[in-house]
Design a protein around this ligand. Structure first.
Ligand code: SF4
Length: 219
């Protein structure tokens, strides 16, 4: 498994590859970010951005989501996977934010994860991107990259991956590491065709070794 020191070096190297790694969900305030992250479960940021371009024109504040029927909201996000559940959760969350938090997204992990449809990952993204708290949100890219590189164990669940990353990465780098790992997983170490032959981590990457054997390049 990669040591703390080596993990920090890997994160720094990812920063060389992707100096501009950032949240790609387009939003103008914490509430829009929360809605965008809720929509992004099992869906690409690109598709979410296409949908929110019109959605955020029509719905500007939590109460706007409460003034339409559930069917109308479903229709507005229909091209997104799991749109029925997502529409229900967005309306229920908008109601709580309106009634309990004065129309402001709560700046607290505990409050965020208690909202309908908001899990640990979504809450972490909001805390980190909207409120600048140190957080590592573990999405599919972060999980895959951490496991392939041996930062975490293959058998770790998402919570274990998050805990290990928090232990191995200095807290002041949590948020930036999250973005770098997402960019690295999205554009370099992709699920189906990772760019192993040109990867700076190939010499110690366990998945890279497997890929070298299977694809016939020097690992
Ligand atoms: S060597 Fe391949 S699998 Fe390993 S981190 Fe690099 S691109 Fe990903």
């Amino acid at each position: 498994m990669l040591s703390k020191q080596k993990t920090t070096e890997v994160i720094a190297e990812m920063g060389e590859l992707f100096p501009n790694a950032h949240c790609e969900l387009i939003h103008e305030n914490p509430f829009e970010l929360l809605v965008a992250v809720m929509l992004s479960a099992q869906c690409t940021d690109k598709l979410v951005n296409r949908v929110t371009e019109n959605l955020f024109e029509k719905y500007k504040k939590p109460t706007d989501y409460l003034e339409v029927t559930l069917e109308e909201l479903m229709d507005d996000i229909r091209s997104i996977g799991l749109y029925r559940n997502k529409a229900k959760n967005i309306q229920a969350t908008a109601k709580i934010i309106h009634e309990q938090y004065n129309d402001e997204v709560p700046e607290s992990m505990k409050a965020l994860v208690s909202l309908p449809g908001v899990g640990q990952k979504t809450a972490n993204v909001v805390m980190s991107v909207a409120f600048d708290y140190p957080a590592i949100a573990v999405d599919t890219h972060v999980e895959r990259v951490s496991k392939r590189l041996g930062i975490c164990r293959y058998k770790d669940n998402v919570k274990e991956v998050e805990i290990t990353l928090q232990k191995k990465i200095p807290q002041e780098l949590w948020s930036v590491s999250h973005h770098r790992m997402i960019f690295f997983g999205r554009y370099f170490c992709t699920a189906r065709s990772p760019k192993c032959p040109e990867c700076p981590f190939l010499s110690f990457c366990r998945e890279g070794k497997k890929q070298a054997k299977a694809r016939g390049f020097d690992g």
